[in-house]
Ligand binder design. Sequence first.
Ligand SMILES: [Zn+2]
Length: 129
Amino acid sequence: MPFYDYTCLDCGNRFDVFLTYAEYGARPVACPACGSKSARRRIPRVRVAKSDESRAESFAGDFSDPSALAGLEDDPQAMGRMMRKMGNEMGEEMPPEFSEVVDRLEKGQSPEEIEKELPDLGEGEMGEE
Ligand SMILES: [Zn+2]
C-alpha cells in the first residue's frame, strides 16, 4: 500500500498521503495545513539510477583514455579482455556469441579469423538489445 510524498506549493508543507493505485491521479490531494489543492508529488531520488550512472561513468572513463584503446586492433587478446570487462561492467548476461568471440580473442585469434569461423555473427549484431 503506497504512501505518496507531497509538497504544498502554497505553504510549503510536506506531507504523506495514503492512496491506492486506483486513487492516485484520480483523487485531488489537498494540503492538510492550508487546504490548498496545489500539492505536488515529490519524486524520491532513485538510488538504482544513480548507481547505474556512476557505473556508466567509470565505464566511460576506461575508454576516454586513448592509450587504453591504442593497439587493441593488433592485440586480439587485449581486445578480448576489454570486451570481457565491458560485459562485466554492464552487469548483464552476454549472449553466447559474445562469450564465444571473447574466448577466441583471448586465445589470440584475430577478429577476421573469428568472423570467418562464425559466419552467423553478422555485422553489427553485437551490442544490440
Ligand atoms: Zn498548504
